[in-house]
Design a protein around this ligand. Sequence first.
Ligand code: ZN
Length: 186
Amino acid sequence: MRLSVRVRCCRVLSFRCGSPAVSATELVWTVSTLVVKSMDQIELPGWRIEYDRSATVAMLARMPTSGPDSCHCAPCKNWAATRRNILPVEFQALLEELGIPLDREIEIIHFGRLESGQHFYGGWYHFVGHVLEGEQELAPHLRVDSFAWFFHAKPALLTDASAGLPIVQLEIEAEIPWLSNLPEAS
Ligand SMILES: [Zn+2]
């Protein structure tokens, strides 16, 4: 019998089981033998994401520095200097909810300056959780103007801090102006 148990922040248990004949006693026994970790859920258009905020905060606190902060190239320095002005407030609120500080990007990539004068950046963050509904090929990217994001469960550049944890990768794509006083990259 395969039984999955999901515990939500409201402490309401929901059960999904391949076998319909599961007695209450059996369920109680099963739950008591599992190490059940409480995770919250967030629903976005096309997506349902499970996340453990406190585990993410602890994991990212163990990460020595972010990708762009450890890089000396101009695009990374520009990003690090202006990230608070670059990220839409809606996305900053999502990071706060997930437990990701603004300066905890795993990686930031500068793809170049566009004809429009904007700069095309990509990058990603990690948090502890699961993608319950939606995957990058199946669900629409979420978007505020020219800033988009999506989730998937195939994380890249995992650090020692995330060892043994279920990690979701939150990816971003952005067309943004060059806001710092650093010499503008091409
Ligand atoms: Zn760099």
